[in-house]
Design a protein around this ligand. Structure first.
Ligand SMILES: NC(=O)c1ccc[n+]([C@@H]2O[C@H](COP(=O)([O-])OP(=O)(O)OC[C@H]3O[C@@H](n4cnc5c(N)ncnc54)[C@H](OP(=O)(O)O)[C@@H]3O)[C@@H](O)[C@H]2O)c1
Length: 332
């Protein structure tokens, strides 16, 4: 291996505000058996990174303390037993941590080819939200063509991916957003209906927009007082999938509605899942989803880019909550 022994990385010494995100020198990781070493060119920023920085994210055991859950770059070395991908391949990858850095060691199975025509920045914006939305919308909520899905946070990283995936697979998609501007952006991305939750009761507006009928699936990142409203809005046989709880982890649940409408309540957290699970998910994305980029049905939605050294600014942008789509770090 001809790579340097040290690299720049964002590895905060203690939790805190965005100012803790300063570049520091760290050893270049050595790929373990089954891993590859990627020269990182771009790293996606996700809300869980902000929670981690604040010390509010339950870190899976053995996850690197260097921040960052997704990257794109070029493979420069492979660990024992790795036949694919190979040195020289350009990939994007899902990580349990370690993405805000010049090099990252990643399980080979969590690497995906860069979809045709996408830049490193665009490719780095994909893994975290595509793994999350694909598994929750289609595996846990088994959304099928013709279903109506409600997605909260329509212009979030998760939300824009959910809109594009839902439309690519024949779903009707209703989203909620916090402003008229964000609603317009969500509609421009393909949302059938976008509701400004500050302009009225989202559940009433969603039912009205759906011809008086409830929705088949709710992909919920809000939790708290949204949950009873989501449950009331679900149609018979509806599915409710929790992926975050920005308004709190506790909810008042009317079990009679769950029983009467035969609802399914589920949820999941991607980061602590096994390498085997994530690798299987990667295979399914490459087979069923990645070709849709070349067909023009999917694209990366980039809000803004920042140099790695300005990771603090990237987090400030995310915390300001004005972004539409993904914020990405460019790695020197
Ligand atoms: N379970 C998993 O495996 C998993 C994986 C990845 C991400 N996540 C979670 O998914 C969520 C989105 O992640 P992201 O990276 O896409 O974040 P993001 O781009 O920062 O989006 C957060 C969204 O939440 C909305 N929001 C914030 N507070 C709200 C409130 N009180 N009521 C209603 N909506 C609110 C915001 O929309 P408005 O500004 O329009 O209100 C914003 O669009 C995060 O909570 C993250 O932790 C979960």
């Amino acid at each position: 291996m001809t790579e340097p022994s040290t690299m720049l990385a964002i590895d905060p010494a203690a939790p805190g505000g965005p100012e803790v995100l300063v570049p520091v020198e760290r050893p270049v990781p050595t790929p373990e058996p089954g891993e590859v070493l990627v020269r990182v060119r771009a790293a996606g920023v996700n809300r869980p990174d902000v929670l981690q920085r604040m010390g509010l994210y339950p870190m899976p055991p053995n996850a690197p303390t260097i921040m960052g859950l997704e990257i794109a770059g070029e493979i420069v070395a492979v660990g024992q037993g790795v036949a694919r991908p190979e040195v020289g391949d350009k990939v994007c990858a899902l990580l349990a941590g370690g993405g805000y850095a010049q090099y990252a060691a990643v399980p080979a199975g969590q690497c995906l080819p860069i979809p045709q025509g996408l830049s490193f920045v665009e490719a780095a914006s994909l893994p975290e939200t595509y793994f999350t939305v694909w598994s929750n919308l289609f595996e846990r909520a088994f959304a099928t063509e013709g279903d109506t899905v409600l997605v909260h946070g329509g212009t979030s990283g998760i939300g824009v991916t959910a809109i594009l995936l839902a439309k690519a697979f024949g779903l009707r998609v209703i989203v909620t957003c916090g402003s008229d501007e964000k609603c317009a952006a969500a509609r421009a991305l393909g949302a059938d209906v976008a509701i400004n939750y500050n302009a009225g009761d989202f559940a009433e507006l969603a039912r009205e927009a759906n011809g008086g009928r409830g929705v088949d699936v709710v992909l919920d990142m809000v939790g708290g007082d949204y949950v009873p409203k989501n449950i009331a809005l679900l149609a018979d046989e509806g599915r409710h999938v929790s992926i975050a709880f920005q308004r709190g982890p506790r909810a008042d649940l009317d079990l009679s509605q769950v029983m009467r409408k035969r609802l399914i309540l589920s949820g999941s957290m991607l980061r602590p899942r096994t390498v085997a699970y994530k690798s299987a998910l990667a295979d399914s994305l490459v087979r069923d989803v990645w070709p849709l980029f070349a067909q023009g049905k999917l694209r990366a939605i980039i809000d803004s880019t920042f140099p790695l050294a300005d990771a603090a600014e990237a987090h400030r942008r995310m915390e300001a909550g004005e972004h539409v789509g993904k914020i990405v770090l460019e790695v020197p």
